[in-house]
Design a protein around this ligand. Structure first.
Ligand SMILES: Nc1ncnc2c1ncn2[C@@H]1O[C@H](COP(=O)(O)OP(=O)(O)OP(=O)(O)O)[C@@H](O)[C@H]1O
Ligand SMILES: [Mg+2]
Length: 326
C-alpha cells in the first residue's frame, strides 16, 4: 500500500487511494516527552511511543509540546513520530507500506544551482526507516521511502489543465506553519528555474501573536488551540469559548487580524522581490487564504491568474498521491 505524506513542520498531511477515491487526513504535530497514563482518560485512545530509549506521547493540548518548527525537524525523532502517528490516523489497518514524503524546497534543491541535494534526501530516507514502537499497539512498517520537494508538485494538475505554453513562468507560493517557500516553474514543469525559502515567515507569526494575546486574556493555550482560534476568528461563539476574560475578546481578535495583515504584507513583499513579473501565481499551504488579498495587491495586473488552490493545506499531498501513488 502507498501513502503520500506532506510532513510539514506543524501538520502532517497524508493522502491515499482507497476504493478509487482519494482520502486526505491532516494530523497535527503535538508531541511531548514521556508517556501519558491511560487511567485518566477512559475510552480515549492514547499514543505512547518509544524511539531508542526515549519515550514520547501525542498530546494535543499540552503547552509542553516539543517544537517541530525548525529545519532539523526533517531528520529527527519527531519527524519519525509524526509520520507514524499520521499513518495511524488514516483508519487503515497497520501493514507494510511505501511512502512518499517531502522536504522543504531549499533542503531538496541546492539554492545556487537548483540541483537535487542527494545528501539531504538520503538523510531523510534513513531517518524514516528507523525503529520505533507503540506501547500496546501496532505500527505500520515503512518498507520504502521516496522523497519529493515541497510546494511545487502541488500545482501539477492545475498547470496541465490551464493551457499554458512552454514559456509561461508560474510562481508557486507555499505559506506553511513556519516557512515561506517559493519556486518558479517554467512551462508545464519543464524546468524549475529558481527556489527560495524563508524560515522566519509563516503562519506561526500569527499563532505566536494569538498565544500572547490569549495569555494576556487569562487563557494560556497550546499551539493547536491558538491555530483553531485563528481559523475560527469569525466565529464569536468559539472565541468566547477559548478566551476566559470576555472583556478582551475583541482585543484578542484584533491582535490576530493585525498580525494576519502583517504576514500578508511580508509575504507579498518577499514574493515581489523574488519575482517581479510572473505570468501566473499559485497559492498553497495552510496559510494561503490568509494572504490572498495582499498578493493581489502587489500583482494588480494578474487578476484571475492568481490562483488559490482548492483546500490549499492538503493540495500537495493530494497531488503527490494522484500522480505517484496510483
Ligand atoms: N483555513 C485556515 N485558516 C487559517 N489558517 C489555517 C487554515 N488552515 C490551516 N491553517 C494554518 O496554516 C498553518 C500551516 O499549515 P501547513 O500544514 O501548510 O503547514 P506545514 O506544512 O506544517 O508547515 P511548513 O510548510 O512551514 O513546514 C497551520 O498553522 C494551520 O493552523
Ligand atoms: Mg508545508
Amino acid at each position: 500500500m502507498k501513502f503520500a505524506i506532506d510532513d510539514g513542520s506543524t501538520n502532517v498531511k497524508i493522502s491515499w487511494i482507497e476504493n478509487d477515491k482519494v482520502h486526505c487526513v491532516t494530523s497535527p504535530n503535538s508531541f511531548r516527552k514521556d508517556w501519558k497514563s491511560a487511567a485518566l482518560i477512559n475510552g480515549k485512545k492514547i499514543f505512547n511511543y518509544q524511539i531508542g530509549s526515549t519515550k514520547y506521547t501525542f498530546d494535543a493540548t499540552s503547552d509542553r509540546a516539543l517544537s517541530t518548527t525548525h529545519v532539523a525537524y526533517q531528520y529527527d525523532d519527531l519527524n519519525l513520530l509524526s509520520v507514524h502517528h499520521a499513518l495511524l490516523q488514516t483508519g487503515v489497518s497497520p501493514c507494510p507500506v511505501s511512502i512518499l514524503v517531502t522536504l522543504p524546497i531549499t533542503e531538496y534543491y541546492n539554492a545556487d544551482d537548483c540541483q537535487k541535494n542527494e545528501a539531504n534526501i538520503a538523510r531523510k530516507k534513513e531517518n524514516l526507516l528507523r525503529e520505533i514502537s507503540l506501547n500496546k499497539g501496532e505500527l505500520f512498517e515503512i518498507v520504502d521511502v521516496e522523497v519529493l520537494p515541497e510546494s511545487l508538485p502541488a500545482v501539477l494538475t492545475t498547470l496541465v489543465d490551464s493551457g499554458i505554453n512552454a514559456f509561461t513562468k508560474s510562481l508557486v507560493i507555499d505559506v506553511g506553519g513556519t516557512t515561506l517557500d517559493m519556486g518558479v516553474i517554467v512551462g508545464e514543469f519543464d524546468d524549475v528555474s529558481s527556489v527560495y525559502g524563508n524560515a522566519t515567515i509563516g503562519v506561526s507569526m500569527v499563532t505566536d501573536a494569538a498565544r500572547k494575546a490569549l495569555a494576556a486574556a487569562d487563557s494560556d493555550a497550546s499551539y493547536l488551540v491558538a491555530n483553531e482560534l485563528i481559523k475560527h476568528r469569525h466565529d464569536r461563539e468559539f472565541a468566547c469559548e477559548v478566551i476566559n476574560d470576555l472583556s478582551k475578546v475583541d482585543w484578542v481578535l484584533e491582535c490576530i487580524e493585525n498580525k494576519i495583515q502583517e504576514l500578508g504584507n511580508a509575504i507579498a513583499y518577499e514574493a515581489k522581490t523574488f519575482m517581479r513579473n510572473p505570468n501566473r501565481v499559485y497559492l498553497v499551504g495552510g496559510g494561503a487564504m490568509l494572504i490572498e488579498e495582499a498578493v493581489h495587491a502587489v500583482y494588480p495586473s494578474l487578476g484571475e491568474k492568481i490562483v488559490l488552490l482548492e483546500q490549499p493545506q492538503e493540495a500537495l499531498s493530494r497531488e503527490i498521491c494522484c500522480y505517484h501513488a496510483a
